[in-house]
Design a protein around this ligand. Structure first.
Ligand SMILES: *[C@@H]1O[C@H](CO)[C@@H](O)[C@H](O)[C@H]1NC(C)=O
Ligand SMILES: *[C@@H]1O[C@H](CO)[C@@H](O)[C@H](O)[C@H]1NC(C)=O
Ligand SMILES: *[C@@H]1O[C@H](CO)[C@@H](O)[C@H](O)[C@H]1NC(C)=O
Length: 427
């Protein structure tokens, strides 16, 4: 298997050698951030951000289609609706030329990735761990297009535990491409944690939006209700098979020392107690905010209240309903609409807000100025782009999609055992 960089080699070695056990309870997976939406000169990568918005839109469109099929329309949040495929050319004018250019750009990858293996012969993959979807896919040995070149590819012939299943997996993307392939089962291992007979798709078609990225594929960690395979996602399989004791996993997302912990929480990484909030399990997402407790604060003032939030490690930014986000930015001095199509706003770079917080009825969990700021509009601009954008992804009337720009500020815990999401202060 072709290994792309020494960083990845190191990560893979970690996954196959003795797994570090913390507290004897669970397993730590070292994960790393590839890059940000801020360019090296400190300016905002607008093209990369728009591509990200299109990708997020299509991921959640697929989630809603799966949810509707699996659970019926009654499972939807109020106001949620399956939208047409988000389309770069029709939704975002002036992007076509830049889109073509950005495909060769390797610097825009935005996700937290780590190693897994698939098959009896432990074929290695470098994977985005995504709490905002529920299926696993990796490139197939049969993906011969240039979008798959340089990626690890699953070869069923080389694994004695591989089995072909009926059906087809597919997610459409607005550039006319899709991620699609057949359905298989095989043994999947993440650090020491193994799930046998795990459903996944070795994809033969890979959207060009994934082409330049080092990530091979995605491992979904949300509820089974979102699964296109209609099968148990990896972590649920591992729990059911007893290879992980607790149905709990946790993330630390940071510049360095990032970690996904499977089977509990790593008490070395946080202080104080974990503040848990019940999940609205009907939605299939890690969605919290029941009882009208959730709000967005600027300082001590609640500027938007009675919201629902989906906690999504596979989303870089924070999306809110456009009208609520407009209300929010009214409380940010000097803020302006930057890109009304996508929903980005700016604020003065010398007054980046450091007092924006989410609360679910307990503590206020603050987003640092560094995590609020995506960079200058251009290298000499005095306005900076905010990590909260107003864009309707179809997820529901008062639903905010809360991604890494928030998760980087806290230790976040996802518990199937309690059907709850918890937050604690990072050490
Ligand atoms: C790839 O294609 C070959 C030939 O059609 C087939 O035998 C094999 O099962 C396919 N592998 C995967 C992973 O789809
Ligand atoms: C896998 O095995 C099948 C059947 O023997 C063969 O047709 C196919 O070409 C093989 N695929 C690869 C990638 O080796
Ligand atoms: C995207 O929108 C443009 C303009 O409306 C249309 O011509 C094109 O076919 C669309 N592409 C896809 C993949 O839907």
């Amino acid at each position: 298997m072709f290994i792309k960089s020494s960083l990845i080699t190191l990560a893979l070695v970690m996954s196959t050698s003795a797994t570090p056990l913390v507290g004897g309870l669970g397993t730590a997976v070292a994960i790393e951030k590839r890059n940000t939406l801020t360019k090296d000169d400190g300016s905002f990568d607008h093209t990369g951000a728009i591509r990200q918005v299109v990708r997020d839109s299509n991921k959640h469109r697929r989630n809603l289609l799966n949810l509707e099929r699996n659970e019926g329309i009654q499972a939807f949040n109020e106001g949620a609706h399956v939208r047409p495929v988000a389309n770069l050319t029709s939704s975002f004018t002036g992007l076509t030329a830049r889109q073509a250019e950005s495909l060769t750009d390797e610097g825009n990858d935005v996700y937290w990735a780590g190693p897994i293996s698939i098959g009896s012969n432990k074929q290695p993959f470098y994977i985005d761990f995504d709490t905002g979807s529920s299926d696993l896919w990796v490139p197939s040995v049969n993906c011969t297009s240039s979008t798959c070149s340089g990626k690890h590819k699953y070869n069923d012939n080389a694994s004695t535990t591989s089995a072909r299943k009926s059906g087809q997996f597919s997610i459409s993307y607005g550039d006319g491409s899709s991620v699609s392939g057949p359905v298989y089962t095989d043994t999947v291992t993440v650090a020491g944690v193994t799930a046998k007979g795990q459903y996944f798709s070795p994809v033969t078609q890979l959207s060009s939006s994934f082409a330049g990225e080092k990530m091979d594929g995605i491992l979904g960690m949300a509820y089974p209700a979102l699964s296109q395979f209609r099968q148990s996602p990896f972590f649920n399989s591992a729990k059911a098979q007893g290879t992980v004791k607790a149905g709990v996993f946790a993330f630390k997302l940071a510049k360095s020392g990032s970690e996904l912990y499977l089977g509990g929480t790593n008490s070395k990484l946080y202080t104080g107690s974990i503040e848990y909030h019940s999940v609205n399990t009907g939605s299939g997402f890690w969605q919290i905010g029941s009882g009208n407790t959730a709000k967005v604060l600027v300082g001590s003032k609640a500027v938007v209240s009675n919201i629902q939030t989906i906690i999504d490690s596979g989303t870089t930014l924070i999306y809110g309903p456009p009208s609520q986000v407009a209300t929010f930015y009214k409380s940010i001095p000097g803020s302006q609409v930057y890109d009304s199509k996508t929903g980005f706003y700016t604020f003065p770079c010398n007054a980046v807000p450091s007092n924006v917080a989410f609360s679910w009825g307990g503590k206020s969990w603050t987003i640092s100025a560094a995590n609020m700021n995506l960079g200058r509009v251009s290298s000499k601009s005095t306005q900076c782009v905010g990590a909260i954008l107003g864009h309707d992804l179809g997820l529901g009337k008062d639903v905010w999609l809360v991604g890494d720009s928030f998760m980087k500020n806290v230790y976040s815990v996802f518990s199937f055992d309690q059907n709850a999401v918890g937050f604690a202060s990072l050490k």
